[in-house]
Design a protein. Sequence first.
Lengths: 381, 247
Amino acid sequence: MNWHEMPQELLINMKRLLVFIRKEFYHVFRDQRTLLILFGLPVAQIILFGYALSSEVKNIGIAMQDNSHDIHTEKIIRKIQSSSYFKTESPILDYKDIENRFKDGSIKCAVVFPANFGSDLQRIGGAKIQVIADASDPNTATIVTNYLNAIVNDYQRDLNSSAKINYQIVPELRQLYNEQQNGSLNFIPGVIALIFMIVCTALTSVSVVREKELGTMEILLVSPFKPIMVLIAKAIPYLVLSLINFMIIMFLSVYLLNVEIKGSFLLLLAESILFIITCLSLGLLISNVTDSQQTAMLISMMGMMLPTLLLTGFMFPLENMPWIFQAISHLIPSHYYYIIVKSVMLKGLGFSYVWKETLILIGMALFLLTIALKKFKIRLS
Amino acid sequence: MQDKAIICKDLTKQFGDFKAVDKISFEVSEGEIFGFLGANGAGKTTAMRILCGLSYPTSGEASVAGFDVYKQQEKIKKNIGYMSQKFSLYDNLTILENIEFYGGVYGVSRPEIKERSAVLIKTLGLEKEAKKLVGGLPLGWKQKLAFSVAVFHRPKIVFLDEPTGGVDPITRRQFWDMIYEAAANGITVFVTTHYMDEAEYCNRISIMVDGKIEAIDSPSALKNRFNTTSMDEVFYELARNATRAAD
């Protein structure tokens, strides 16, 4: 090839690529299944994780028994009743009643004030409350007892301060316990990672494998269209669509879930592009090792989604896992992306804090892309 | 020397100890309709893949459209068309979009694509369907369209891998009319088939058995040689000695 041919050859190849990319967009926009995964999934996930699956527990059924009927117990009961975390049910009759209502699920927690609560508090300066929580769901039980503890502590503080200053009982429960709500913010970076993992990996691998199933891949390989170009043409539309997705997720996070983007949006965008490329490479790699759409979907979903869900640390703390799982977590790209998004988006940190993770992601992307391209070539020989 | 579209000399493809294609030699002239026959597993597909630039031979020589199969695969790809038994158009693209896509992939310019596709759609009588999705077309039409797309960029040679599989006899007949037309326009046709009546339509045929070409001639000459009136007999006589199990 001489120097005169080069630019023209390049131009022709670029035109071919554009023709191919346009075709890919036709596929995406005409396939309802793809559209649903592409745009329905992110919205559903954000809403699901943002609201339904938050660690904040609301409207817990609670029943109380006040054997003391003094000013203190009444105030505490009123505090509990005014909290949005609890839904007060009818008072408890006896111990058997608690057990029955735990069993039928109408309450998760029972509070009993002993007969001499008020007098103990005033005479001895200390009194006890019995809190019984249904620990069949340990998470909820822990949260419930924490809430109750906080309410009682709050009351105690009110009591102590009102001894010096006149009545200042202002129950500001929401603000006091906001730590719990903050916990749900951690879901956002995890959900973003999860969505990219599903959309980029699964959809790319399926779209390549679909051509194999249809027999069109054969035609493409016989055509002058270079195999590498097939992969690039497959990846570009999903890169573009994933970026649109990223914008949707950001929009929903900010305006629906009230999550503030504390760090640089551009940095976040750049890191996301890097992660998307990593996922796309993974998708292309999967498409090389399988010949059916079902298998490709299964590998992407089970092989990629579960580790992202379980081992990135956004649902379950990694620190508590056996070392083997912790070691595996270091092999998962989403683990690093999660750390990056958390740092930049939630903590407002700059590039100097995430360069290590960025470097690892770049390495992973290059590694996966190289194998994907090599494998694709081998298949042709 | 007469212009040859395909020249094979001792072409061999070996997978380990297994010789999928065993020293085959043949020539196909320009504008010829060449039938490439053989039982399943005889090595037809492997040979065809080499000629299409999809795989390298182990030894031997071959050139397609004047280009070497070892060194000039890219040039070969630009000069051939290909259609396989598997339906090869996109169901969720319209007829026009499919034509535009394949035309674009083969580097046909946009005005050319526009002009040729208008003519093509008129010839096929698909004016009403041009903007409908291909998925809704009957199989016969799809096959005819797929063939038209395979020769849309006016290749020197078109490779057809069992193009009429699963199609009714009338459509097959129409399909062969299209093949004749293409050949009349100077396109060399290299076709594999299982239908012996189709073999009769070819100018010359070769019959592969166990990786080797056992016979190569015009259908009438072959029938004379085996002293029968049907190609079925010829094929059976040659293929019954095959040792390879069909896959």
